[in-house]
Design a protein around this ligand. Structure first.
Ligand SMILES: C[S@@+](CC[C@H](N)C(=O)[O-])C[C@H]1O[C@@H](n2cnc3c(N)ncnc32)[C@H](O)[C@@H]1O
Length: 562
């Protein structure tokens, strides 16, 4: 069954993906694309940051997760451990080493889950491709290496941004490895059709049947003798290398008017545009443009890759019904391409935002696609586990369960107490706003409610919802009641501040909310950046869809208006 996993891919691979079960893996791990090369090698002690939020932010630091990943690789022993040991003694503990340790731990698992006939494509940039190639050689063996594909991801190299110290980097590397020599690769399925101009240049001669390209019909001497292809036709007998086709085929070619005779009496072949099979694809991919700002497929996901890139890889390296895995699936380009090409698929992403985006993408492009989502909390234990593992993801999940239309991520600086927003139409009062604040700790206190009251005032929002993991205390409930009702409401009496617990949300007890706008069907919306350290991620649809009859209002003073 097609599956979208919400979670850290290392954990998902360990717990859910069995040995030799996948035909094709494409991975496009985040990399510190904005960091300068030298910065990646500076020593850093790092914090005990969850790898997840760091990863989404596209930075790596040497910290607990990197050290754990390194230990995992050492325990697995083998060539990968040797390579990592060498790299660590040379590179030390820095962002690059953290990235490589995390990647190696995952690559070992990816090799494990790949079928013997499977292949892996690792998309990376030239800052790390050389290290990753060494690591992949260690994981797959030197004989596993097939190609380093160079994708020209930008056609407009920048001019002077690097002070003329180097060429503008406008290519990515895609390292292609196969598990064994029998690996499937169908290059015919990805031949590139020629453009009109290329066709006109190639088929530049014409006769009464139309345009054609002149080509040989005789094998060259260097191709070696072929006695069975040496026969006489219309008084002409070739040398020992023979004709290029057997006699029956030659006659058919002649009947179609595609055999020509030069002035010196030598036979030639006329190739017609209708016979063109396109250009074979080599390891330089310049014909796949990046997603531009106007592209229909653009979802605004910062690292989104073009569908055509994934379609090429999937067509070449898998067959219908095969299983395609993308362990860093982002906004789901691989998932959509695999679904369109009738492959089975598994996507993994560590951010809840990516998972909701993929759901909306599939709803828009393949509404009848069948798949399940794993890793979202379905009970309190799951919610608690998520909160423990990753505070941000818990906040985003909880805000989504309430119905948030946007997540607010604030990484550094003062916590402004906003984890999500819901916007609604407030009749004559214009647009209304509900602020969601989430507390994933086991301890809660009245100051949290006071803080949210303050945030509602400061932001001039209509309402606020505090989501807690732990049960609210009496003083908290009282403080929420004291906040009163929405001052200017087009929807009757609405509580200004409500508290719901994760358990409430899981059991379908939702806060009282005004009617929300009908979600747009097409999910295209770009994330907004409010200020330097704040990323506002717009959800493609407002929160979780809860059947109205399932939604029970938490605060008994108000009737549901959902
Ligand atoms: C470069 S993006 C992939 C973009 C994707 N190819 C697309 O076209 O949308 C990398 C993704 O990996 C995810 N990620 C980072 N660390 C992860 C981890 N440990 N497990 C699963 N996903 C992770 C990030 O959340 C991000 O969405």
């Amino acid at each position: 069954m097609n599956t979208l996993h919400f979670g850290d891919n290392l954990q998902v691979l360990r717990d859910h993906i069995s040995d030799e079960s996948v035909d094709l893996i494409y991975l496009d791990p985040p990399f510190n694309s904005n960091a300068t090369y030298n910065l990646l090698f500076e020593e850093s002690t790092g914090q005990t940051s969850g790898a997840q939020i760091e990863a989404f932010r596209d930075t790596w630091e040497w910290g607990e997760s990197a050290a754990d990943a390194y230990e995992d690789v050492m325990r697995a022993a083998g060539d990968a451990a040797l390579v990592m040991k060498g790299l660590k003694s040379w590179l030390g503990q820095n962002a690059m080493m953290a990235y490589l340790a995390m990647m190696t731990a995952r690559l070992l698992h990816l090799k494990r889950v790949l079928k013997p006939t499977g292949s892996l494509y690792l998309h990376c940039d030239p800052k790390a491709s050389h290290y990753l190639k060494v690591i992949l050689d260690a994981v797959f063996g030197h004989e596993g290496f097939r190609n380093e594909i160079v994708w020209a991801r930008s056609r407009n190299p920048k001019g002077s941004q690097h002070g003329n110290r180097r060429y503008s980097p406008n290519t990515d590397s895609i390292l292609y490895y196969a598990k064994d020599s029998g690996t499937h690769l169908d290059l015919d399925s990805i031949r590139r059709s020629l453009t009109d101009t290329e066709m006109a240049e190639k088929y530049n001669r014409s006769d009464e049947l139309g345009s054609f390209m002149d080509g040989p019909i005789l094998r060259s001497a260097s191709m070696g003798p072929r006695p069975n292809l040496v026969y006489e036709y219309k008084g002409f007998t070739p040398g020992p290398a023979g004709w290029r086709v057997n006699e029956t085929e030659l006659k058919a070619i002649d009947r179609r008017g595609d055999l020509a005779w030069s002035k010196s009496g030598a036979p030639r072949r006329k190739w017609r545009p209708s016979e063109d099979r396109g250009m074979p694809v080599g390891s330089l991919w310049e014909d796949i443009p990046p997603i531009n700002s106007q592209a229909r497929e653009r979802l605004g996901y910062p690292t989104q890759k073009p569908l055509t890139l994934l379609e090429r890889i999937i067509k070449a390296s898998s067959k219908e019904g095969d299983v395609v895995l993308d362990p860093f699936c982002g906004c789901g380009t691989t998932v959509e391409a695999a679904e369109s090409l009738k492959r089975q698929w598994i996507g993994i992403d560590v951010t809840h935002y990516a998972v909701t985006l993929i759901e909306a993408r599939m709803e828009a492009t393949h509404p009848s696609a069948e798949y399940k989502i794993e890793g979202r909390p379905v009970d309190l234990a799951g919610a608690r586990d998520l909160a423990r593992r990753d505070k941000h993801q818990f906040q985003w999940w909880a805000a989504w369960r309430v119905g948030a239309q946007s997540y607010r991520e604030e990484k550094r600086g003062a916590d402004r107490g906003i984890d999500g927003n819901i916007f609604f139409k407030n009749g004559p009062y214009g647009d209304g706003r509900i602020i969601i604040s989430v507390k994933g700790g086991e301890k809660v206190g009245v100051e949290m409610v006071r803080d949210l009251r303050g945030v509602i005032e400061r932001e001039e929002a209509e309402m606020g919802v505090l989501v807690t993991l732990a049960n609210p205390t009496k003083p908290m409930k009282k403080e929420a009641l004291d906040a009163g009702t929405v001052r200017r409401s087009a929807h009757g009496r609405m509580p200004r501040l409500q508290i719901v617990t994760a358990a409430d949300l899981l059991e379908g007890r939702l806060p009282a909310l005004p009617p929300l706008p009908v979600p747009e069907r097409h999910p295209i919306r770009a994330p907004r950046r409010r200020h330097r350290d704040q990323l506002e991620l717009l959800l493609p649809f407002p929160g979780e869809k809860v059947a109205p009859d399932k939604a029970v209002v938490v605060d008994p003073r108000f009737v549901s208006v959902a």
